[in-house]
Design a protein around this ligand. Structure first.
Ligand code: UD1
Length: 375
């Protein structure tokens, strides 16, 4: 059975790594790894392949950055040729980036069985490009691998049949568990002269936070206030840096006392910073999940989350870009009034194993015969 696995952007690499590893125990499955090239800088892509031990992709489409429509179209054009050449039985896409959307459409137009890992989660915020990508991908996928109960509920409400939905756990957490020891050995936070539990970690790159100069300026002001209590380290995403410079905020921000701005961080360095900080402020979906398992307070800089389990059971709270709320939550952490997180079902490091077991059952050609309704 030939299965094409698609990656494109930074958060995809942590999801595919344990899966590529798990396939190795099943010689009857022939995985092909396709990188769309949506992310291409060493620090946004190759570094993750090296650190997570992912083999070089079999194909790199090399599409690079562009507007949503151009990037999606470029991926579709190139991926169609790959599918024609490799003739896969299955295409597996992960997450919610433009590569996920583009490749699922191509697969389905060529009548190839499509699996979506991380299916069903919904922020219900249609201004997020990721929500559009999730909705379109799930409307055409044949099989849904899900990370939490809310995804099952959403998919059922949208009319998907229960037997196509598989609760498998969280691949991002498989990667976290497999790499915790390596990350602990790093000197990352010490290298910045920070002390354990005495700094905050910030990541922020979403359009809702960094595309509007007034919002971004207000957030920068709030971070300056927080830094008067506790140092903040911020590994800056290229998109955020571009906007901070464009809105003339970079100069002021980078010279603030107790604020350290660095370039994008590799996986082990970022995990080291997460494991040793006092709390996290982020708009990243992956970090909401990781902080919940690490049991670190996580103030999420988004007004809605497609990962409600990180709020209901995990360590995340939603502040959006409301700086009053953000400062309120920081005060709760300061005063020891923050909530205590619970364990999250199936986020146990065994998701890849469960997914590959499900795929193995599809070796029966009837199992992946495409139903006329979805072809
Ligand atoms: C993409 C995903 C987002 C995810 C994020 C993680 C979509 C719609 N968005 O957003 O869900 O949270 O990745 O990083 O797919 N750039 C570089 N080097 C790179 C890649 C990008 O400098 O290797 C710069 C370019 O200026 C580019 C900008 O970052 O225009 C944005 O990149 P893009 O891939 O379009 O979206 P992200 O904001 O990274």
């Amino acid at each position: 059975m030939k299965i094409i696995n698609v990656v494109g952007a930074r958060p995809n690499f942590m999801k595919i790594a344990p899966l590529m590893e798990a396939y190795k125990a099943y010689p009857e499955i022939a995985p092909v790894l396709v990188h769309t090239g949506q992310h291409y800088d060493d620090k946004m892509s190759d570094m993750f392949f090296r650190e997570l031990g992912i083999a070089k992709p079999d194909v790199n489409l090399g599409v690079g950055s562009a507007s949503h429509a151009v990037q999606t179209a470029d991926i579709m054009k190139a991926f169609e040729q790959v599918c024609i050449r490799y003739k896969p039985d299955i295409v597996l896409v992960v997450g919610d980036v433009n590569s996920t959307l583009a490749c699922s459409i191509v697969a389905k137009q060529l009548h190839i069985y499509a699996i979506h890992y991380e299916a069903g989660i919904r922020s219900f915020d249609h201004t997020m490009p990721e929500e559009i990508n999730r909705l379109v991908t799930d409307s055409i996928a044949d099989c849904f691998m899900v990370t939490e109960q809310s995804a099952i509920d959403n998919l059922k409400k949208e009319g998907h049949e229960e037997e196509k939905i598989h609760f498998v756990g969280n691949l991002m957490i498989d990667t976290l568990m497999a790499n915790k020891d390596k990350a602990a050995q790093r000197q990352t936070y010490k290298g910045y002269n920070l002390h354990k539990d005495e700094y905050a970690l910030l990541t922020m790159h979403r359009p809702s936070n960094v595309d509007n100069p007034a919002i971004l300026e207000k957030l920068v002001g709030a971070f300056e206030q927080i830094a008067s209590w506790m140092p903040i380290i911020y590994p800056v995403h290229p998109r955020a840096e571009k906007n901070l410079r464009h809105f003339n905020l970079w100069h002021h921000f980078s010279r603030m006392k107790n604020i350290i701005l660095t370039g994008p961080s590799g996986y082990h360095d970022m995990l080291n910073l997460q494991m040793n900080c006092r709390f996290i402020m982020t708009d990243s979906g992956g970090m909401q999940e990781e902080s919940s398992v690490l049991k670190k307070p996580c103030i999420t800089l988004r007004s809605a989350t497609e990962r409600p389990v990180t709020v209901n059971k995990g360590s995340s709270v939603l502040a959006g870009n409301d700086t009053d709320k953000l400062l309120e939550y920081v005060d709760m952490i300061k005063n020891g009034n923050y909530k205590t997180p619970e364990e999250i079902p199936l986020w146990d490091g065994k998701a890849a194993q469960r997914i590959v077991e499900k795929i193995r059952l599809m070796l029966n050609p009837n199992a992946i015969r495409i139903h006329p309704k979805s072809s």
